[in-house]
Design a protein around this ligand. Structure first.
Ligand code: ADP
Length: 201
């Protein structure tokens, strides 16, 4: 068994849309180590989102390979849902259920998908809320929170699934400067304290 520090390895990835008329990614290669924070920078339309969506199997590569933890994502044996649990994705829009409290939003997936008991899930959610500085919001509803707070709750929801990596697709684009700072500080803290790998646009 290879004990590599490499978590993600993208090799010669090509992604074409519209029968090859749009080449969103052209021979893209990148290695991302465990615990690393990687920012992908580039003008609009340069393929940043396509790369992140490919990592999470939301897009099928035209050619090239993506290895996650040494496993080729194109292998038939890869369980897509399990892979997505290992690689949590945070989008621009806050993926929260408006009719559930903050705590319920965070505990739902671990209870239904990870078979945690409600008590275990709640304890974990409380720890995560503490970490992101929102312990006092546990019983509030999303519409009572600021954009930066909502996005941090969405991140806590992703982290509740214990991913090895989180991927943020312009997750701060909708936020004002204060919200942006709050979210990036929370992500940086999670990386520093828990060694979680972060890939962000
Ligand atoms: P970025 O995130 O850097 O703005 P994208 O990855 O969204 O770039 O897009 C890269 C290119 O691929 C653009 O030219 C875009 O128009 C095109 N593209 C993205 N998604 C699709 C799609 N589903 N169908 C067709 N073309 C697409």
């Amino acid at each position: 068994m290879e004990t590599s520090n490499k978590l993600i390895s993208v090799q010669h990835l090509v992604k074409e849309y519209n029968h090859g008329t749009v080449k969103a990614l052209n021979d893209c290669s990148i290695d991302i180590a465990r615990g690393e924070v990687v920012a992908i920078i580039g003008p609009s339309g340069s393929g940043k989102s396509t790369l992140l969506r490919s990592l999470n199997l939301l897009e099928q590569p035209t050619s090239g390979e993506i290895l996650f933890d040494g496993v080729n994502l194109a292998d038939k044996s890869v369980d897509i849902n399990l892979h997505r649990q290992k690689m949590g994705m945070v989008f621009q829009h806050f993926n929260l259920f408006p009719h559930k409290t903050v705590l319920q939003n965070i505990t739902m997936a671990p209870v239904t998908l990870k078979k945690k008991t409600p008590e275990q899930a709640q304890q974990q959610a409380e720890e995560l809320l503490e970490r992101i500085g929102l312990a006092d919001k546990a019983n509030e509803y999303p519409n009572m929170l600021s954009g930066g707070q909502k996005q941090r709750i969405a991140i806590a929801g992703v982290l509740a699934m214990r991913p090895q990596c989180i991927v943020l697709d312009e997750a701060t684009a909708m936020l004002d400067p204060i919200g942006r700072r709050e979210v990036l500080a929370a992500v940086e803290k999670l990386n520093r304290e828990q060694g979680i790998t972060v890939v962000l646009i």
